[in-house]
Design a protein around this ligand. Structure first.
Ligand code: PXP
Length: 248
């Protein structure tokens, strides 16, 4: 089985910081969180610059990009496919961009992109980012039509939204897992790289990590919460161990 990479989403370190002070140098420091995640075994650092800047801010992107590039740590920038975000990505040149849908009033990214609807406009964004050397992934629900549309858009990768699987219980969760497996198989057969994320924790990750076509997981909220109790480095290391066991 190919190695499974782990990206740690540090948005909610900024959420905690902003609860007291919206300043890039205020405590807790995002670069320190990134260092701890890497020390625990993360392969990359993910953050989402939302249009309303509710957690990560523009100055954070500049600071994190400088810091992580110097240390050759890959950055995965999550963003909406807007002209403003595209221009920020083209300027800061992260290793990867994950295009996500964004609604102002949502608490988190509630569902995947509707590529069937967003079609040509999305493909233009994908192509411009890819032309500047950025690996582009599209965050989609595990739906075969969306997989086909993602492939047609020219993206190199998809990230499967695991939220419905994580929220479901019993037989419904098994059904969601099957949908993820089918979508991963189909995407892989088309030549897309397959990632997954949203709502993952120690208990629900093994079944996802065992899907052989998936090569990257992006995890945030649970591990940042867990860090309150055991520290971020340990929380990430424990997740890595769980992922490794599920893979063998
Ligand atoms: N992947 C994507 C594309 C996301 O938007 C998010 C949430 O920001 C995650 C992964 C991580 O989700 P969680 O914070 O629930 O682990």
């Amino acid at each position: 089985m190919p190695q499974l990479r782990l990206g740690i989403n540090i948005d909610h370190v900024a959420t905690i910081r902003n609860a007291r002070k919206r300043h890039p140098l205020a405590h807790p420091d995002l670069t320190r969180a990134a260092e701890a995640a890497i020390a625990g075994g993360a392969d990359s650092i993910t953050f989402h610059l939302r249009e309303d800047r509710r957690h990560v801010m523009d100055e954070d992107v500049r600071r994190l990009m400088g810091y992580l590039k110097q240390r050759a740590i890959p950055v995965n920038l999550e963003m909406a496919a807007t002209a403003e975000m595209e221009s920020i990505a083209l300027k800061s040149k992260p290793h990867a961009v994950c295009l996500v849908p964004e609604k102002r009033r949502e608490v988190t990214t509630e569902g995947g992109l509707d590529i069937l609807r967003g079609g040509r406009k999305l493909a233009t964004t994908v192509n411009r980012l890819a032309a500047s050397g950025i690996r582009v992934s599209l965050f989609i629900n595990p739906d075969l039509q969306q997989v086909a549309a993602a492939y047609a858009s020219g993206a190199a990768a998809i990230e499967l939204h695991t939220g419905a699987y994580c929220e479901a219980k019993g037989a419904a969760q098994k059904r969601e897992l099957k949908r993820l497996q089918r979508a991963a198989e189909e995407a892989h057969a088309l030549g897309l790289e397959v990632h997954a994320g949203h709502g993952l924790n120690y208990a629900n990750t093994p079944a996802i990590a065992a899907i052989p076509e998936i090569v990257e997981l992006n995890i945030g909220h649970f591990l940042i919460g867990e860090a309150v109790f055991i520290g971020l480095e340990h929380a990430v290391r424990r997740m890595r161990t769980i992922m490794g066991k599920a893979r063998t």
